[in-house]
Design a protein around this ligand. Sequence first.
Ligand SMILES: [Zn+2]
Length: 385
Amino acid sequence: MKLNFALVIALFICTFSFAQTDEEIGNDPELTKKAEEKAKNRPGTYPVTDNIFMLKGMGGNIAVHHGIDGVLMIDTQFENISESILEAIAKETDLPLEFVINTHAHGDHTGGNKNFKRKGATILAHENTRDIMLSKMYKTAEQQALADLEKSIDEAKGISGSGEKLAAMEETKEELMIRIREQAQENMEIDYEQLPAISFQDDMLFHYNDEEIKLFHIPNAHTKGDIMVYFPKSNVIHTGDAFVNGMYPFIDFENGGSYEGYQRGLTTIMNRANDETVIIPGHGNLANRADVIEMRRMMKIFYDKVVVEYMMNKTEDQVAEMRNFSELFDEKGYGDGFITTERFLRSVYKAVALEKGRERDKNKRQTELLKKNQERAKKMDEGRQ
Ligand SMILES: [Zn+2]
């Protein structure tokens, strides 16, 4: 333990020119904590080509592309590690960071936006990604306002003689909540620094560092705002979380993600890539086309199996406990990360239930239409007689 601690401190002092002396750090628990945090959070640099490298640390994988014009970075991880990221970039190039692309809205890919914007970078994303980020800000403001309302009701409960006032508050709570929501939205200060300055609808083409960089929208996959970034000349793809390597994917149904869309997205990535393409996944190690194909295979197996269970009237809880078909992938560590086997099985079940529900509705509508037409025909027959 003691040795580890000494190592962390030594590492800290060696790496940062502005570092405090070891005595200062040793005497200040705050500084010690910061030093440990920093050493722990520092991203590792993984070369991909001469002018592209991956930064892997906390949060989603970052890709950095540099050349004659400057630096373009894909995703920003968390807010508290931006400094380490800039240090890692500075080791490779002196040119300024001009562009940041967000592959989607989640905090582990966009958390550092503000810091890089302050350094002069322009942030870009799909317009749905910007929408998701903005609506999350609204939601947070609303929740705060609603929590304040609950608190004032609770406080009123503690004051004697507030019975009438309290009853009135409870009675108009619904109305109050609507008004508070509206007010929260109106008065909210939008944190523009965190948001992309430029958004686009479908695709976008960059001409930068003597390369054409293609941004493609992957609709309704991990979220509704996913993009993949393709460097044809370098033969590199950053997939964002529309592909993660060697782990079960997270499908954010709440923000427009879908199982079917995720599978379609994998096909899109697969079609863009060839056997030499280096694929930088949203999470996990550097990958290739075969890894994407394997993920697609996994998703199909799971879906087909869960359909059968669903048709046999198995509940979500029952399916979540099954390991008979996940075993093959569990053994490879697919369920060891953020999305466990159980969580993934639940999302597959949800996707199947949604699809089967849609089919049922469609059949119902068709039956009703048929019935209506038969009745109409009958009436016309009667009219003729
Ligand atoms: Zn994500």
